[in-house]
Ligand binder design. Structure first.
Ligand code: SF4
Length: 710
């Protein structure tokens, strides 16, 4: 994305003259803050959780190299690939290379701010690929050729009339006089249009909210379900993410997830939270065959060990912009780049440089609201002051640097001469640096070597390299560069042996951090809490006294909702053991979900009382196609599987997998209510890309339970 951050004043002036934007911002500035306040009030431990969240991120950043190496090892052990990218250009080139190797023509994308940061879409389109954004807000912006104006509500600046005009302009195969006056009309049209893209895509690209070192998992949260279809249906799944997203354990991620949704949208939990680990296993019923993770640095490692390190705690919740009076006045586009609001004013200068984005920190009243709501307690005003100082200092740029850049510019305009000079230089550096493999100091490179070693080149780039070999070579060099920079920053702050011991201890302990008291109650109350929380997010719950009655209850449910008497069922032994034959009019087929399925039934591993969340995993008996493709998803939950917290669900999963001799499943899904969005005029709508109905059959009786171990 091309930056106009330098033109903030002009951008802001234009924004304030835009009546539609002003209307949208007026609605926005009360909506999100009010919902966050309600969610925070409902969780007494919220402030303590902020402290724990900060501590998790601080610990991880102090050991970032070790956790990234662990993450990389575990992704590989699960059958995935890890690619390292120092810069946006390297990340683009890796992803282009993967798409080319797979002969991809159509790429679907889940929402990813890092992909905006590196300008991925344009580079893939240059290769002739069709790239389709699948988050509703991002799709609307793509057809308008616009950038997001908010990191979690990308199209909040638009009216439904503007969206309707865009749909009429672009969806020209549909009747011109169709009704598009209501947000739901627009949602239905987008759903149908995007469903075909999900089904036809060769590659799916998502971002990641967190990376889990202990398991090599990537985590995405969405409300629409587009991320799950993006990563489950194509043969290749690419995760584009940045290095600071890693956390040690599933428990650490669970703590941060408690903070994320409440801070972002005021939800107790996002509709869908998915942990993905490697490609489809041999006997899985669905999932991608290839799984790649691209780890981007793009200036982040240079912040470690500096006063700016704290910004790397950011979990991209957007709360700082939701509460910022300047953002409320000018919106996100005025900031001129990917990350707007207070977090943008801190991170944009770090990535774009002070010359381009150094003015953004001046766009603050220093009221401190951003810091007061940040879930990981980033001192945003202090960091903005830091950039103000840097902007001032920028006028004192040394002559040597200006001269050096001038010489580089002269060569860069003469590619042949540049290549020859670079070859000579690389050969000389490779010869001199061969023994140590790195330089502690280099003339004119003090800006780099003051804070990290410079890896010695292995000689000029080979012109005979194959695409895959060149990619691997580049990734290895990037890996050395990124990890080297992190180690250099950490080396004077830690004892290596103690650091390794601390990491080992944390990875093996699975410490539960802080569990909300609301779920730590007797089982009967826990079940009542689960029902209340599930209903609060628009799931329906039906008590089933005996499991043998499930088939009849399902048939009745389909009939009441005018659905065909056809059901796709997960090939789970417990569901297969039910007597479906007593209902000759109900057609039941076991297997993976298919696009034509209107209703599916699956079995949950657990129900989590604290948020009314269902917990399931992929395998030979279940998979995301069953949970995300149909309009109606019915879930069987035995009452004795209702647990209090996410952490208890992780324990159940670990026991279940260990009993089967398996590691982490390819996909673990937390499902909290039906698919939803508020991307059109902040109107809450259900049934976006995932099911519009979530019906839970809570089975009471253990008397006719199936044999153990099924
Ligand atoms: S700085 Fe804090 S409040 Fe802002 S997006 Fe990041 S985590 Fe959220």
């Amino acid at each position: 994305m091309k930056s106009t951050a330098h033109a903030f004043k002009d951008n802001a002036h234009r924004a304030m003259q835009d009546p539609q934007l002003t209307r949208a911002l007026n609605k926005f500035k009360t909506g999100f803050p009010m919902k966050r306040a309600q969610a925070v009030a409902a969780l007494p431990e919220f402030e303590a959780l902020r402290d724990v969240g900060k501590a998790i991120k601080d610990h991880t950043l102090a050991h970032l190299d070790l956790y990234l190496e662990t993450f990389e090892r575990n992704v590989r052990a699960a059958g995935g690939h890890v690619h390292w990218a120092r810069t946006a250009e390297e990340a683009r080139s890796i992803i282009r290379g993967i798409c080319k190797a797979k002969n991809a023509r159509l790429v679907t994308k889940g929402k990813s701010m890092v992909s905006e940061e590196i300008g991925l879409n344009a580079s893939l389109q240059e290769d002739g690929l069709e790239v389709v954004e699948t988050d509703l807000g991002e799709y609307i912006l793509q057809i308008r050729n616009e950038a997001p104006s908010h990191i979690i509500a990308p199209a909040l600046h638009l009216s439904k009339e503007q969206v309707a005009d865009d749909f009429r302009r672009v969806h020209t195969d549909l009747p011109a006089d169709r009704r598009l006056s209501e947000p739901n009309d627009l949602l239905t049209e987008a759903r149908v249009r995007l469903r075909n893209k999900f089904l036809q895509a060769d590659v799916g690209i998502t971002g990641a909210n967190f990376l889990i070192a202990e398991t090599g998992s990537t985590v995405i949260v969405t409300n629409e379900g587009n991320g799950d279809l993006t990563q489950s249906l194509p043969k290749t799944h690419i995760v584009l993410t940045s290095i600071e997203k890693v956390v040690p354990t599933l428990e650490d991620a669970s703590t941060l997830l408690r903070l994320l949704a409440r801070s972002a949208t005021g939800q107790e939990f996002t509709s869908y939270t998915t942990f993905s680990t490697g490609p489809k296993r041999a006997d899985d019923i669905d999932g991608p065959e290839n799984y790649h993770v691209v780890l981007l640095d793009n200036g982040r490692s240079a912040l470690l060990g500096t006063e700016m390190q704290e910004v790397l705690r950011c979990i991209r919740c957007g709360a700082c912009m939701n509460h910022c009076p300047v953002y409320h006045a000018v919106g996100g586009h005025a900031y001129g780049w990917v990350y707007p609001g207070p977090i943008g004013s801190v991170i944009d200068p770090a990535i774009l440089g002070v010359k381009e984005a150094g003015h953004l920190p001046n766009a603050s009243t220093f009221c401190g609201r951003c810091e007061s709501v940040c879930p990981v307690r980033i001192p945003l005003p202090k960091l903005m002051r830091h950039w103000r100082e840097k902007e001032f200092e920028a006028n004192l740029q040394p002559k040597a640097m200006r001269y050096g850049i001038g010489v580089w510019g002269w060569f860069a305009k003469r590619p042949a001469l540049y290549a020859a000079a670079a070859n000579i230089g690389l050969r000389a550096m490779a010869a001199v640096g061969k023994r140590r493999g790195r330089f502690k100091a280099l003339p004119l490179a003090g800006g780099w070597t003051d804070t990290r070693d410079f890896p010695a080149p292995r000689g000029p780039p080979s012109r005979n390299s194959t695409g895959a070999a060149a990619m691997a070579e580049q990734s290895n060099a990037a890996r050395d560069g990124v990890l080297g920079a992190i180690r250099k920053a950490a080396s004077h702050l830690r004892d290596e042996a103690a650091a390794r011991a601390a990491v080992e201890q944390r990875l093996s302990a699975h410490a539960r951090n802080l569990l909300p008291a609301r779920g730590q109650i007797p089982h009967a109350e826990r079940v009542e809490l689960f029902i209340r929380m599930a209903q609060a997010v628009a799931a329906s719950v039906e008590r089933v006294p005996e499991r043998s009655r499930i088939p009849q209850i399902v048939a009745d449910y389909l009939s009441v909702h005018n659905l065909p008497a056809r059901l796709r069922a997960a090939p789970d032994p417990e569901l297969q053991s039910l007597d479906w034959s007593g209902l000759p009019t109900l057609e039941v087929a076991f297997g993976r979900g298919e696009p034509e399925d209107q209703a599916t039934i699956t079995l949950a591993i657990a129900g989590i009382a604290e948020t009314g969340t269902l917990f399931g995993a992929s395998g030979n008996d279940a998979g995301p196609t069953l949970s995300f493709l149909p309009g109606t998803h019915i879930v069987v939950l035995p009452v004795d599987r209702v647990v209090g917290s996410y952490e208890e669900a992780w324990d159940l999963l670990r026991q279940r997998q260990a009993a089967k001799g398996l590691g982490m499943p390819r996909a673990v899904n937390f499902i909290t209510g039906p698919s939803r969005t508020a991307d059109i005029e902040q109107t809450s709508l259900v049934h976006v890309h995932g099911p519009g109905r979530l019906h839970i059959l809570l089975v009471d009786s253990a008397a006719d339970a199936p044999p153990q171990g099924s």
